[in-house]
Each structure stands twice: as C-alpha cells, then as structure tokens.
Design a protein around this ligand. Structure first.
Ligand SMILES: Nc1ncnc2c1ncn2[C@@H]1O[C@H](COP(=O)(O)OP(=O)(O)OP(=O)(O)O)[C@@H](O)[C@H]1O
Length: 742
C-alpha cells in the first residue's frame, strides 16, 4: 500500500503537538487568556516551596492578630501552635484540590459537615451491627449440640435463641440486648469445644464492642460542634489572607493554576478553542491524577482521549493523587460504548520467576474484587522473558543474624567475587557488576545506616534521586560559609568551615587545637583571640591566619553595592569557586552555587540573620518535597534510590530492605474527608472533642494508607529485571503482613 505523504496541513498540525504536565498546560492557558482570567500578563508562579513559605508568613501575621489568636487558642492548648498550623495547612490544601471552585473554602459550612457526619455515623453503626448479626448467625450454625460444660452450654443456648430470631438493629434496646446475650469474656475451652464462637468473639465481637464503647463515651456535642465551627473559621480567615498576599505579589500557586484554568474553561469560546486545538489528547501516568485535573480534561472534551496508567503504581497520594479516579474510569470504559479498555499485562522487563513471585504476592495482597473505590485490583502479569539456565534464583530472600544493611553489603561483595549472578546487558548474559545493582528504600530514614554498611565494605555507590538541592556538597559548603560569617565564634560553624575543602583540616588537627585551648574556652574564641604556638604544625598556623584574614574581610557582612555582589565576591575570593572548578562535574557545582545565590537574593531579606532564617525554612520545606530530578549513576557504582524516585526505571538486580516495617497508619487528630468534611478528635483539659465522622474517616484513611503501601511495594518489586533480593534481618520481627519469614 502506498503511504500518503505528510501534507503541509498535516505537518502544521503535527508541529503543534504539545507535551506538557497538567500544571504547565494550565499555566499556558492562563497566559494565553490572561485578560479573561483577570490576571496581569506577567503573573508569577509560586512553586511548593515558595507557597509554603508564604503560608508560614501569613500564619505568623495572623497569630499576631487578636481575633485570630483568640479563636485559635483552644486548639493551641490541645495541639500546640506548630501542629495546629500543620493541620490547618493540610486541610486547607486538600479542600482546594477537592473540586472545581476558586471560592470553595469560603463556602464551607460547619453545620452541613456536622449533619452529614452524624448521618454517616448512624449508618455506619447500623451497618456494623447488621454485619455482626450475619456473622453471629453463621457462627451459631457450627455450635456443637452436646458435650459442653454447663457454663458453655448456657452461652450456646442463649446465643442460639437470640440470633435465631430476626431483629431490628436500629431499635434503641438492641445494643443492650446484644451485650446481655454475648459472653463477657473468652473461655479457654472454646478453642477445642466451640471454635466458631472463639473466632466470632476475637475477630468480630471485640472490635465491635470497642466501637460501641467509643460511641457511648461522653462527648459533648455542643462543644465539639463549636470547635468544628471555629476550625472552619480559622481556615477561612487564612484563605482570605493568603489570597490577599498572592494578589499583592501577583503570584499563583499550583492549585490556583488548576482552579483558574477550570474557571476559564467554563467559558464556551475558550472551551471550543481548546477542543479545536487539542483534538487528540494522550494522558500518561493517569493513576496519579487529581479531581481538578480530571475536570480540566472533561471540560476540554477532546475528540479522542488515550489514557495510559497503572492503578497498581499510584504512589502519590501524599501529593493529592487519587487512585479512585482511574479505578472509576476503567469501570466506565468497560460499560460505555464509546470507550475501550486495553489490558497491557505482558511484562517485557522482568524474568519469569520474578513475575511469578510478584503475581503470587500481589494477587493475595491486592483485591480480587473491589469493595471500595480506593482499592487496587490485581490482574496477573504475563512474563515475556525466560530465565537462562545459568541463573538459578531470580528471587532471593536474604536473611541472617546481621543488620539488614550489612547483609546487603555482604551479598553484594559475594556477587562480585563469585561472578555467579548473571544479568542481561541487552545482547547477552554476563556476570553482574556494581552498576547492575540497586537498593531501593521506601523512606530515607535509614539511608545513613545503609551508606555506612556499604562504605565499610568499600562498595562504590551513588545516592540518586532523593538527594535534594540543599543537600549538595557545594550548596552546604557555601551556606556554611555564610553561617560562619553570621556567628564566627560558634564552634559548630568554625569547625565545619575548617573541615570543609576550603581549609581541609582533620580531626587530629582539631585535637591539637583543642589541647592548646584554655579550660572552658571554645575553639572559635581561641583561634580568634589568642596567640598561637603551633610551630610544629605550619599548616595550622597557615589555616588560622587565613581564617583571621577572612574575618577582617567579611565580618561584619556588608556587601557592596548589593547583596548579589557580596555573595559573588565571597564565592570567588574564598576560593570555593576555583576549588569546585577543579573537581569532576565542577561546572555543574558552580551553577548550583550560583542558583543558591539567586535564591538568596530573591529572599529580599533586610540582613544576614533574616536571610539565614528564611533559607533554613526553605530547606525544611524542600525536604518535604518530592524527589529531585533523576540523574542515573554514570560510573561502576551501586545505585541507592527511594522507591518513589525509581518509578518508571529498571535495574538488573534490585535489593529491597526495610520490609519488616509496618505501613504507617494515620495518626492525625484533625483531617479532611472528601464527603464528610473536617473531622477531629481532640483532648482538651476537661473533655474529649470529637466530630461524629471522626472514626469513619480515620478507618478509611488507614485503609488508604495500607493500600498505598502495597502499591509502593509493587512498584519496588517490579523495578527488577533479572534478580530480586528481598532483605529481612532475623533480628527484626516482621510487623508487616505482606512479608513474613515464611
Ligand atoms: N514490545 C516489547 N518488546 C520487548 N521489550 C519491550 C517491549 N515493550 C517494552 N519493552 C521493554 O520492557 C521494559 C519496560 O518497558 P516500559 O518502561 O515501556 O514499560 P512500563 O509499562 O512503562 O513499565 P513500568 O510502568 O512498570 O515502569 C523496558 O526495558 C522496555 O525496553
């Protein structure tokens, strides 16, 4: 068949194909229609760090106002000010991403939330009682008819009589009747004589009784409702002030970009223009979409949508991703004539034994049928790649008495030494080298321990994605220089500076200096004020005179003509720039410091104290950000990476530690639920404050966290190409249902 050449028209359209994130798409739309959106032509985008810093400033100003403080005071007593700010911010962010509506926060009504929650609580109690009735009716079917002790026979007779009749669980008297007819405690003989009663008692009755107890505990509804109202008012006051500040600065945060784009898309002409321009849309990684992004898509309604995603890999709940969106969409695609679902379950990456293990693990861990829309269904993968005969154990459970990171280090050394493990390099199977191995960690909590084990074993490694900008060596060094200028006699900074490549002193040198110090004298003071006699250590004399010269030059810090000039002078005259340029990747490092200088200048703080405080806050916020851009290891080194950072990547051999850890449940005392609104449970000095939906929302948040943990584990296991090593030290009892010794 003859192929049609690409005509000029077609080419023109092809040239206009756009690839972008949802955020940059919204930004482009707002720039294009700035006038209709009521925005200045050059609005500024506040990234998450900028937005969080601004939110902090707004809170600080609000707490200074008498009215806001008065309203916040009861919460501060119960939670502390910092925690209150965390809850207010979390709830605020979630509400704004929940549904279209730039004004959504101001429309919240505590009364509506309260009645919705009260209704849900009632419904939930009825559901739980009905469920228990069903379980009890089943259990009594297997009660023995003879051979029981007198006491046990009484239990059996009483329960059989009670549960044989149908009852109205909504009747006020029902709960008391239930309590009267159920045994009050376990009897040892049930294990042998009435196992179905033991099972019912332990697994159904005890949890139900706890919940019944919770709902009868004295909670003052009037006061709880008042707290809810106050909390909503605090959020609304914050919203007003935060919006004012953004307006004043001409800035939009990421949620504004989406909300304002949605408002624009209510305009028919703009909608049509978008539809005309974007006839075909392909959306990748759809499992991580949020409700606003879905609505953007719905409002554009392109002729053809091609959506790609894997619900099993939805791991960004903490950033607002909502897996239920893709779950629902799959469901619609199955039932809607105009849509088609294509299952892509052939795995081309991973060898068959690993795929088989993944199937076994996750067909049990993930749901087979969907009870809740946030659950993830598992459909088995089909392996495309076979394992060569040379390799025996594609899946390994690495256990032993050592610490899990030492286990990893030892196994890696063994792999290199024995050359028995083979990996496929694209053409052929060959013995594994360091760069073929990756350790994927769920969180960075134990990163240092892992690094220590690898260092001690002299294993080359690189920590990828997850090391943020502010943790880069050169950035740390430049900030350290500034901190020393700010507090030149503070030992911590003096020593850090002297140890940095700019001075290069060692611990032994510090001991020599310390021995020369007088009692109670700090090293900083000694170096700056005392006469030194280090005749046998000329490099110490040199270092100290250099430090003194720096003090004369830079303290106090008075940059002229402007901060930017002072910072550049410091960068160059301290020798940091030259020393960076002499290192591998030096130019990149210099650019990093220049970027830091830009950030510092943009802080627009009046003095060094304020500047260092501002940057410290920025660092703390950026630590909560997602991972930094991925730069894969270039040399022959083991890769260390967070599981989040490894998404979309693959490695020949993957080690997975920290498997014994239980997925983190939800501990929040205040949270937001998409249908019930704000729920809370607080202890004040004299009472418990609780909104009716608290326990329902908490249980759901817990379930969701566990579902997310399963998906994270799924992403981790499916990064392996040729070998998967699950690591479990014997000295750590497993708290994780997914991973047990057996
Ligand atoms: N049709 C194919 N034939 C052979 N190899 C393939 C084929 N499709 C993909 N692969 C290989 O399989 C691996 C995974 O492919 P790809 O990254 O596209 O999948 P993915 O679905 O995005 O994976 P994940 O979502 O798990 O990260 C890659 O190494 C790729 O080269």
């Amino acid at each position: 068949m003859k192929r049609e050449p690409i005509g000029p028209n077609k080419k023109k359209r092809l040239d206009r194909a756009v690839i972008s994130t949802f955020h940059s798409f919204c930004q482009r739309l707002l720039k294009q229609y700035a006038y209709q959106a009521g925005l200045p032509a050059s609005f500024q985008i506040l990234d998450d760090v900028d937005a969080n810093l601004l939110k902090q400033d707004v809170f600080q100003a609000l707490f200074d106002s008498v009215e806001f403080f008065r309203q916040a005071e009861p919460f501060i007593h119960s939670l502390g000010k910092d925690q209150l700010v965390v809850y207010l911010t979390q709830v605020y962010d979630q509400i704004r991403e929940l549904e279209p509506g730039e004004n959504i926060v101001q429309t919240l009504e505590a009364d509506d939330m309260w009645s919705l929650q009260a209704k849900a609580k009632e419904g939930e109690s009825v559901r739980q009682l009905e469920e228990f009735e069903q379980q009890a009716k089943q259990a009594i079917q297997s009660f023995p008819t003879s051979g029981l002790s007198k006491a046990n026979q009484t239990h059996v007779d009483r329960m059989t009589a009670f549960f044989s009749q149908s009852r109205d669980v909504t009747d006020d008297a029902y709960v008391n009747q239930l309590l009267e007819n159920m045994p009050s405690r376990v009897n040892k003989k049930w294990q042998e004589d009435i196992p179905s009663l033991l099972n019912l008692f332990e697994n159904s009755w005890k949890p139900l009784k706890d919940r019944l107890k919770q709902s009868t505990e004295p909670i003052s509804n009037e006061d709880s409702k008042h707290y809810l109202t106050q909390f909503i008012q605090l959020i609304q006051a914050f919203d007003t002030e935060y919006s004012n500040q953004k307006l004043f600065r001409g800035g939009l945060d990421f949620t504004d970009l989406q909300q304002k784009a949605l408002t624009l898309l209510e305009n028919n002409e703009i909608q049509l223009a978008c539809r005309e321009e974007l006839k075909h849309m392909m959306i990748d990684e759809f499992q991580d979409t949020n409700a606003l992004q879905l609505e953007v898509l719905n409002r554009i309604q392109p002729n053809y949508r091609f959506i790609v995603g894997d619900t099993k890999q939805s791991i960004y709940q903490f950033r607002g991703a909502d897996v239920t969106i893709m779950n629902d969409l799959e469901h619609t695609a199955d039932t809607n004539d105009g849509s088609r679902r294509v299952l892509m379950n052939t795995n081309y990456r991973t060898v068959e034994p690993i795929v088989a293990a993944v199937n076994t693990l996750f067909s049990t861990a993930m749901a087979e049928t969907q009870t809740y829309s946030y659950q993830t269904l598992y459909q088995s993968l089909k392996a495309h790649r076979d394992l060569p005969e040379v390799s025996e154990h594609a899946v390994e459970l690495l256990t032993g008495e050592l610490d899990e990171y030492d286990l990893i280090a030892n196994r890696m050394l063994e792999i290199i030494r024995e050359k028995k493990e083979v990996v496929h390099n694209g053409d052929e199977w060959q013995a594994a080298s360091w760069k073929d191995m990756a350790v994927l960690i769920p969180t960075r909590t134990h990163l240092q321990k892992l690094e220590k084990s690898l260092k001690e074993a002299q294993i080359p490694y690189e920590v990828q994605s997850g090391i943020g900008f502010y943790e880069r060596r050169e950035v740390v060094d430049f900030l350290m220089l500034l901190r020393w200028i700010h507090e030149p006699y503070e030992d911590f900074y003096v020593l850090a500076l002297l140890r940095s490549p700019l001075f290069g002193l060692t611990i032994d040198d510090f001991l020599t200096i310390q021995n020369a110090c007088k009692e109670h004298q700090s090293i900083g003071e000694y170096i700056c004020f005392d006469e030194q006699f280090f005749d046998e250590h000329p490099h110490l004399i040199q270092a100290i005179s250099k430090l003194r010269a720096w003090m004369d030059q830079w303290i106090p810090f008075q940059p002229v003509p402007a901060l930017i000039d002072g910072l550049y002078q410091l960068f160059e005259q301290s020798g940091l720039k030259t020393s960076l340029l002499m290192q591998a990747g030096g130019l990149q490092r210099v650019r990093n410091v220049e970027k830091l200088i830009d950030i510092l200048v943009n802080e627009q703080e009046p003095d060094l104290t304020a500047l260092l405080e501002a940057i410290q806050q920025r660092i703390e916020w950026s630590a909560k950000e997602g991972d930094s851009t991925i730069e894969r290891a270039q040399g022959d080194a083991v890769t260390i990476m967070t599981v989040h950072g490894s998404k979309g990547l693959e490695f020949p051999i993957v080690f997975l530690p920290q498997l014994h850890q239980k997925p983190q449940g939800e501990k929040g005392k205040v949270r937001f639920h998409s249908t019930l609104g704000v729920v809370m449970n607080l202890e004040t000095e004299d009472q418990t404050i609780e909104t009716p939906g608290y326990h329902i929302a908490k249980a759901e948040a817990n379930d969701k966290a566990i579902e997310e943990a399963k998906r994270l584990f799924y992403v981790a296991t499916t990064r392996a190409r040729d070998k998967l090593v699950l690591v479990k030290a014997n000295n750590q009892p497993s708290q994780n249902d997914l991973v047990r010794n057996d």
